[in-house]
Structure formats: C-alpha cells, structure tokens
Design a protein around this ligand. Structure first.
Ligand code: ADP
Ligand code: MG
Length: 404
C-alpha cells in the first residue's frame, strides 16, 4: 500500500523529502555561481513543500543536480534561493548532505520551515544502483535516518533509479508519496484504465527506447495505434523501404544501429497499428520545404513531419479516448521545424484525455506555449518506463505494509 501525505502526521515531524529539481544552468562567469536557466522543476514541487511546512513539518529536502563529471554538476545554493522565493515558508540551504553540520541543521529546524541539503550526488554512493536493503546501509541513509521521522518521495522523475536517496530510506523510515508523485501515479500508473482507443504518439530522438515502448504497449494491448514522428518516424520510414536519403539515414544510425531492424520487426508484427509519416520537411536555401515520400530521397535531413502527416494523424487523434505523447515530431527548437510538433500536439488535446511524458517533450510544450493537456509528466525516463506498463524501483519501495 502506497501512503500519501493524507496519511502522514506532519506536525513537528522531521521529514526527509526527496524532490527532483535537476535543472538546466546558466554558464556563469569564472568564479561566478551558476544560476538556474529554468525553474519549472522547482515549481512542480512547491505544493508538496509548502503543504508540509504549513502543516507544521520540519522539512529536510534532498535533491541532486547533474552528474559527476558533467557540465551541470553543481551545488544547490541557487536552487535553495529560488525555492525560498517560490515557497512562502523559509527555505534555507546547507552545504552538507549528512555531515554533523547537516544533521544538526535538521535537528534544529523550526516547525514550518525547510532546509535544502547539498546535492546528494556529491557522494559517490548516490550515483550507484542498489537493492533497497543495501541502499539502506549507505552513508547517506545510515547517517540521516536517525534525525528523521519519515521519508517522502516526490521525485517521480528519478524513481526509475535504484539510488540510496530513492530506494534506501523506505527501508529505515515510514515512507510516503508526495503530491507530485501521487499525481503521476494516478495518471501514468493507471494508463490501462484510461479511455480507449489509446493512441501513442512517439517522436524525438531516443529511437531504441521509443521502439521498446511501442512494442511493449502493442504487445500488452495498451495501444490501439502508434503514430510515429521525429527521428523515430524516420527509422520506421527506412524500415518500410522508403529511401529518405543519406543525411536522414545517418541521423538514425548515429542514434542507434539497431533502430531500423527493430522498427522493421515491429512493422512485421503490428503493421496495421503503426502509422508512418506521409511527408517530411527539410531545410532548402534557408527555407522549410515539405516533400512527399515520392519526392524522396532528399540531400537534406528530414527535420519535421509535414502537413499531410499532421492531417492524417489528426484524424486518428480526433477519435482517440487517450492520446499519449512522447518525443517531439521534429526539431522544435528551430522555428522552421516546430510546426509539426505544434499542430500534432494541438490535435492531441482534442482527444478525450491527453498525456505528455518526457523531458524534452515537456520542454517543447512549454516553449511552444501549448495548453489543454490533462497531464504533463515531470518525468523523462521514468515516464517512459511507466508508459510501457513497468513499475519503478522508487515506487515499489514506497509500497509498505499497513502499520497497526
Ligand atoms: P524526450 O526527452 O521528451 O524523451 P527525446 O530526447 O527523445 O525526447 O527527443 C528530443 C529531441 O529530438 C529534440 O531535441 C529534437 O530536436 C530532436 N528531434 C526531433 N525530431 C528530429 C529529427 N527529425 N531530426 C533530428 N532531431 C530530431
Ligand atoms: Mg531527451
């Protein structure tokens, strides 16, 4: 049984709250602190943090930023400052995660206030995968658990990982789903009960992942139709024998050497349920040019789907009970190639229920100012896993027996 904040006695309790506020950062000058380039992920958790403070909790927030060795690997001072602005109750910052200092900060927290502890990934164990029992024996969990009364996981977007801050604490503390987690599970955890027909719109550049999702949802009978776009759509066109041109083929192969084969096998098994683009857009002399399949191959890479594809897909989406979107239909970052994603996604909002999952996909929705979706997931990899019908280690860890 997964308990929520409705089941938690908050007043006066020290709560370890795992969030996912991993964000793009500005470059920052030499010696300058890095600033947040986008605070959408922080905003998502405001409700959870505010509620716990308002109910008199003593809130110790756990989070990560970037990965060791990566450009975005940074401390959480900017995140704390921004959270302090976004959440009414005070949010402090502690530059340790489970040091004596950090533990003292947690123990001395006033009811109704919060502290953001340092980037969990500053400690090497947090970047490893563990079974829950072993995760509970890491330094982070062993040192922090004694000063906490309960653990709240609101980091849906990290819950596909078996990291100590995700799967370890539920072994040592009573565990609860935060509000973000609760909502994600409500929608993505019950995809099999969402209105039919169910139409998956798969685009973007993670071709192998998308083909896995398509196969999984088709085999499980979750999907009635799969509409393909982006690099994914190009892989299916190649698998179907369309000669897109060397430039497009190179992009697909750069992403995966298995993609065309995987797409071909899926077409063999489910041809009538998988829809392929009918036209593509390329850049020619600085302009967008749409080409029908008969006009291919093109020297330029296919960077978007064209109007005929959008019209055909829109017809399917019109009658959909549920539209599930993952991966943009084109290179939406370029104004010349955003139109496919814009129009397809707009058509998807006309389905009875529409759900958006995926990191760049959610970014596309925000950038293009698209509205009207029933749910925009905070998760990328985690959302993909849920959409295939799989469970997440972090969610399984929250499933605790009822207490007397
Ligand atoms: P998400 O993060 O939502 O799961 P992906 O990372 O799989 O999505 O894909 C997003 C990226 O795919 C975007 O940066 C977009 O520019 C790129 N993309 C979409 N269509 C094409 C295309 N035809 N050619 C090259 N890149 C594309
Ligand atoms: Mg991505």
């Amino acid at each position: 049984m997964i308990r929520t904040l409705d089941d938690l006695g908050v007043e006066g309790a020290a709560l370890g709250v795992r969030v996912d506020i991993n964000s793009p950062l500005d470059d920052g000058g030499p010696g300058e602190p890095r600033e947040l380039a986008d605070d959408a992920r922080l905003r998502a958790h405001v409700d959870t943090v505010r509620e716990l403070c308002d109910r008199g909790g003593r809130v110790a927030i756990l989070a990560h930023q970037g990965r060791p060795g990566g450009d975005d690997f940074a401390d959480l001072s900017a995140h704390a400052a921004r959270l302090d602005e976004l959440v009414e109750p005070p949010v402090g910052y502690c530059d340790g995660t489970f040091s004596a200092d950090a533990r003292a900060r947690v123990e001395n927290l006033d009811a109704g206030s919060a502290v953001l502890l340092e980037n969990t990934r500053f400690y090497s164990e947090e970047y490893m995968s563990f079974e829950p029992e072993r995760a509970a024996a890491t330094y982070l969990v062993e040192r922090l658990s004694p000063v906490l009364d309960a653990y709240v996981n609101d980091a849906f977007a990290t819950s596909h990982r078996r990291q100590p801050s995700i799967v370890g604490f539920p072994e040592t503390l009573p565990a609860y789903a935060g509000r973000v987690m609760e909502r994600e599970l409500e929608v993505l955890g019950n995809i099999g009960e969402s209105p039919e027909p169910r139409v998956y719109v798969l685009g973007g550049a993670k071709v192998d992942d998308s083909i896995d999702v398509a196969r999984s949802v088709l085999e499980r009978g979750l999907a009635d139709a799969v509409l393909t776009g982006g690099v994914v759509g190009n892989a299916f066109l190649l698998a179907d024998g369309v000669s897109l041109g060397a430039a497009s083929a190179a992009v697909v192969n750069e992403r995966s050497h298995e993609a065309v084969k995987g797409a071909g096998e899926l077409l063999d098994d489910f041809s009538h349920r998988v829809y392929l683009p009918r036209d593509v857009a390329v850049e020619r002399d600085g302009e967008r040019v749409e080409l029908d399949l008969e006009e291919l191959p093109a020297a330029e890479p296919a960077l978007d789907v064209g109007a005929r594809t959008v019209a055909a897909y829109a017809e399917v989406l019109e009658d959909a009970g549920t539209a599930i979107l993952n991966g943009p239909a084109g290179v939406f970052e370029d104004p010349l190639f955003e139109v496919g994603t814009r129009e397809l996604y707009t058509a998807a909002t006309r389905a009875e229920t529409s759900i958006v999952g995926g990191g760049d996909t959610a970014a596309a929705v925000r950038k293009l100012g698209l509205e009207g979706f029933d749910h925009v997931s905070t998760g990328g990899g985690a959302a993909l896993r849920m959409l295939t019908g799989d469970s997440l280690p972090g969610v399984e860890a929250l499933d605790q027996p009822e207490r007397p």
